[in-house]
Each structure stands twice: as C-alpha cells, then as structure tokens.
Design a protein. Sequence first.
Length: 256
Amino acid sequence: MKEIWDLTNDMWELYRGQGWYLFCFLAAVVCLLLKRKESKKARFLSAYSILMLFLFWCPVSAKLIMDYGIGRSVYWRMFWLFPITLLIGWVLTVLVCSTRKKTIQTLLLAGSLVLTAAGGTWIYREDVFQKTTNLYKIPQTVIPICQKMREYPQEETIKAAVADDLLSYIRQYDPGIHMVYGRNTTKDFQAETMEAAVLYGVLHEEQQDRETFVSAIELSECNFLVLKGDHPVKKWADLEYEMLLEVDGYYLYYTG
C-alpha cells in the first residue's frame, strides 16, 4: 500500500504544481462544513467533496480505481470529479455578499480577484503556446521521419518502434504506419502482443546487450526504429542497421 500512497501523493503534487487552488479548495470545504447547518447545498457539496477526497487518498479505494478503473498513470483524472472551481467561486461569492457595505464588498472582491490571479500561472507563454510550423499542428520533426519511411516501397507494411514522445504524433500524421507497441504500452505497460512487450522492455532498460537488442527487433518484425541520440541502445543500432536520417536529435534506422 505504500506504493499506492506514494503514487497518490505524487499525483497530488503534480496536479497542484505551483498554484494555490487545491489549498483554496480545501479551505472552501472547511467553510462549507461551518455553514452546513444553514444550507442544504452546503451540506451536499461538503459531503460530496469529503467523499471524493477520501476515495482519492484512501489506499484501498485508490488501488481499486487505478487497477480496475482509469489506470495508474492517469490517476490525476480523479481531480476532474472535484468541484474545485465551483466551491472556490461559491465561497468567495458568499464572502463578498456577507456585508452590504459597498466599500468592504469592493475590498473583498478585489482581494478575491488578486487571490485568484496570484494563485495560478499565466498560460499565454511561449512554452505553452507556440506558432505551428505545419497544418497538422504536430512537431515538425515527425514529418521528415514519416516521409523517409515511405521512401521504402519494398516494405508493404511499415512496422515501427519509435521514441515515446513521437509515437502519437506519427500515428496522427500517417495512420498507415503501424506501431510495434502503442500508447497503451507507454501509459499502462499493456502491450497487445508478447513480441511488443519484449521489444518495449528491451528499449526501456538502461543497460542492454547487443544480442538481446537484435533478437527483440527480429522477434517483433520491426522494420523501422527511431531513437533519441542519447538512447542506450543507439550504439548497437549504429553497428547493426542502416541509419537513414537524423533530425532534431532523433535517428531513423532501417532494420528490415
């Protein structure tokens, strides 16, 4: 259960980031508890929020949800069930309306706006929004890699193993390029075939010998391989296969 607890805590920290909103949410729940006798809505929302917090943090319920529900890697989606925005907005509105004095209301409203703005992060930044370089709105790196694969007409079926961060983009650009393992493998380690699981394991171990690497490529019938420049098995790929292309630190090999 310690593993589940650590994973739950990691998800909390990742979702929280540098913002204050989860703490504001917890404060709002406390305020609702104090007001529960005065409002049925407050009783309902406070009870619901406490239930969701319990399900999220309890190792038993967390394990059941991870293993039989949404999966461990996306457990953070539990936060979608938390009425975070609703509760914070409601409590701040009640706070502002708790007095009829315009001056105090104005100060409370200004304080609420400052709290809301300071508790988050400005999203219109270059590291969040970037000008696209192609109609597909995918990294430009993907396009020459896919085009180079298509230059091999002797391969009727392209079966590729690619770096995890390019996998979904390649499928988006060219659905005709088949993947040895898909996004479910990278997300929950659920490979569709034994051969795919073997190759995924080989490519994601820090230390790997040449013979095992080559055998895994042959076993999976992989005919194209895309590796990052710092990948541990790149030294074996350089010795065994034809390097077709290097673009932005990614290397394309023909292994067929």
